[in-house]
Ligand binder design. Structure first.
Ligand code: HAS
Ligand code: CU
Length: 561
């Protein structure tokens, strides 16, 4: 094909699929945030090896400013932007519907505006409150309003995707929602139930407080509202990765979806059990009756079940692929998987990391074991295997086919992409080892450990080995970041254009339409399940929050930096 015909073909696909551009905008913004956030990561790891790089870095005022930027950009901004793009694009394509572009672009600009506001607030060291922004630490109002706008923008897109699915159902009442759209829509419903706590916290407490309209905020109430959102948000990060693990990766591996019904059931279980569990972040908080903490602890075990289901079904779907490629024996199918394909390898490695991240989660969730690990480096160890690898590495793996698909540019280098994926996986596993281990030796999280006061010097000397391991992981991860972003930008700025035939297509695992009957029909009534989810939240949070609302003790803001 000549350059001219390629350009014409390209213009045609852009016209036919205007959602490609906006998806790319969401992805690139999210990954740009990750680039900045992830480059700060090695500094955190080196801190835990006793090396204080902050001393030599004039652009960051403190360890805590660096940690805030790291957590906000990676865990809040990267995830929300990338997810919004991903689970807008996939269901729109699967349902073959055009999103309302004006609305979606408006949401994008609103989110970008919010990101700039919050980013400026943190960058100017007015809001070193970390990504949990617990009062009485008080940030700048721009920080709270900015983050709220990011959430509002994502809700606009989520509401629109839900609306698209309803329109599709109206046009096809006899069919069940196709599987990827189903998973995406349930994830958006989950996000709506999830954000209620945070929105109340922001709108009624933190924003008026930071603007000086109210004098104080009750830290306990604010923490409780925060964790209403703060736990299920982790499934908002995880489920888009599951969309890929269930709906796309098996195809990339030559396998198939094990069970359509089980997949839908797993997602509904997340919708039901993700939110009424937030007290597992507050086991050590006073003011919450132990009985309610126990209820949340048990509910947490329930929300582990759909992930356990996923481990078996996704592994089985890959096993089919490995056996079709000639794998024999119990484990012989594993080396036969397409490990040479960077997109597959990244996501398979992400799955493996999640086995360890998930197992640690059950330790955290156990009422009594939590006391050992809470507020130690064990916790960042846990969440770098979950959101930092299961989610982030999966999203990286997705970009290896999605960015060429959206832009018609060839992947910069599959080989370098493989390096990036393995380095990320190795770095995070090593980091996980070092941090979990240090946590068991009671090293606190979020501590500027490389700059201890004189009377505390040597207090963590028994953690020297895991501390060194943690430091090494930071160096590995630095190289992973360089490799990954070379691939991403190399792809985006490539001069070569792919022909239509060369451009990767969405690897749908199941391209058939299923009739809405029997159990499938029951599972497809998502709004019915939503009502049950809301009732469970009201039961789990109602009495405690009611009590807290009536007994508020407002505390003025503190700035410790
Ligand atoms: Fe967690 C704290 C409990 C999952 C993220 N978690 C955190 C924090 C974050 C976080 C960010 O109960 C810190 C918040 C803060 O700053 O304070 N977590 C759990 C439990 C699960 C869990 C029970 N967490 C996640 C996920 C996250 C995440 C997912 C992000 C994406 N977590 C806790 C608790 C705390 C906590 C307490 C508070 C601790 C404290 O004291 O502060 C479960 O959902 C985990 C279930 C997972 C599994 C694993 C299934 C494995 C799969 C892989 C399959 C592998 C295959 C391999 C197929 C059961 C699905 C195939 C083979 C090949 C060869 C390719
Ligand atoms: Cu949690």
């Amino acid at each position: 094909m000549t350059t001219g015909t390629v350009a014409v073909a390209r213009a045609r696909t852009v016209l036919a699929h205007p959602e490609k551009r906006v998806t790319l905008a969401f992805l690139v913004t999210g990954f740009a945030a990750l680039l900045v956030g992830a480059l700060i990561g090695p500094l955190q790891a080196l801190n835990y090896a006793g090396i204080d790089v902050y001393r030599y870095l004039p652009i960051l005022a403190s360890y805590y400013q660096g940690l805030t930027l790291h957590g906000v950009l990676n865990a809040l901004v990267f995830t929300t932007f990338a997810i919004t793009g991903l689970i807008l694009y996939l269901p729109a394509r699967e349902l073959d519907m055009r999103p309302n572009m004006a609305l979606v672009w408006f949401a994008y600009w609103l989110m970008l505006f919010g990101l700039v506001m919050a980013g400026v607030a943190v960058a100017t060291n007015t809001s070193s409150v970390m990504y949990t922004f617990y009062p009485p630490l008080m940030g700048h109002w721009g920080f709270y309003i900015g983050l709220t706008l990011v959430v509002v923008g994502s809700l606009l897109v989520g509401g629109h995707v839900i609306h698209m699915r309803l329109m599709w159902k109206r046009a096809h009442p006899e069919l069940a929602t196709p599987i990827v759209a189903y998973m995406s829509v349930v994830t958006w419903y989950l996000w709506f139930v999830t954000v209620v706590g945070l929105v109340i916290e922001m709108v009624f407490f933190l924003i008026p407080w930071s603007l000086g309209i109210i004098d104080g905020v009750d830290p306990q109430l604010a923490r409780t509202l925060f964790w209403w959102t703060g736990h299920p948000i982790v499934y908002f990060w995880l489920l888009p990765a599951y969309v890929s693990w269930y709906g796309l990766v098996p195809r990339q591996a030559g396998g198939e979806l094990i069970s359509d019904g089980l997949t839908r059931l797993a997602f509904l279980m997340f919708l039901l059990f993700s939110t009424p569990v937030g007290f597992h972040h507050q086991f050590t908080d006073p003011g919450i009756p132990a009985a309610w903490k126990l209820v949340h602890s048990l509910m947490t075990m329930m929300v582990g079940v759909p992930s356990l289901l996923t481990a078996f079904t996704v592994a089985a779907s890959l096993e089919i692929g490995g056996r079709r490629r000639g794998g024999r024996g119990w484990f012989g199918w594993i080396p036969k998987l397409p490990w040479g394909d960077a997109s597959f390898a990244a996501q398979a490695l992400a799955m493996i990391s999640f086995v360890f991240g998930g197992a640690g989660g059950f330790v955290n969730a156990a009422f009594n074991l939590n006391v050992v690990v809470h507020n130690t480096t064990w916790i960042p160890g846990h969440f770098h295997l979950t959101v930092g690898t299961a989610t982030a590495l999966t999203f990286m793996g997705i970009t290896y086919w999605l960015v060429p698909h959206l832009t018609r540019r060839p992947l910069y280098s599959n080989r370098l992409a493989l390096w990036a994926s393995w380095l990320w996986f190795t770095g995070m596993m090593v980091f996980g080892l070092g941090m979990h281990w240090q946590g068991l030796l009671a090293v606190p999280r979020r501590a500027h450990i490389s700059n201890l006061a004189d009377n505390l010097q040597g207090i963590y000397a028994d953690a020297a080995v895991p501390a060194a391991i943690t430091g090494i992981s930071g160096v590995i991860l630095f190289f992973a970041v360089i490799c990954y972003f070379t691939v991403l930008f190399g792809t985006l700025f490539s001069k070569r254009e792919l022909s239509e035939a060369e451009t990767p297509q969405v690897p749908w695992v199941q391209n058939v339409r299923i009739h809405s009957e029997g159990v499938t029909r029951f599972l497809d009534r998502i709004s019915f399940w939503l009502v049950i989810a809301v009732v469970l939240v009201l039961i789990a949070y109602g009495p405690v929050l009611w009590d807290m609302f009536r007994n508020q003790v407002g505390i003025p803001g503190l700035k410790l930096w």
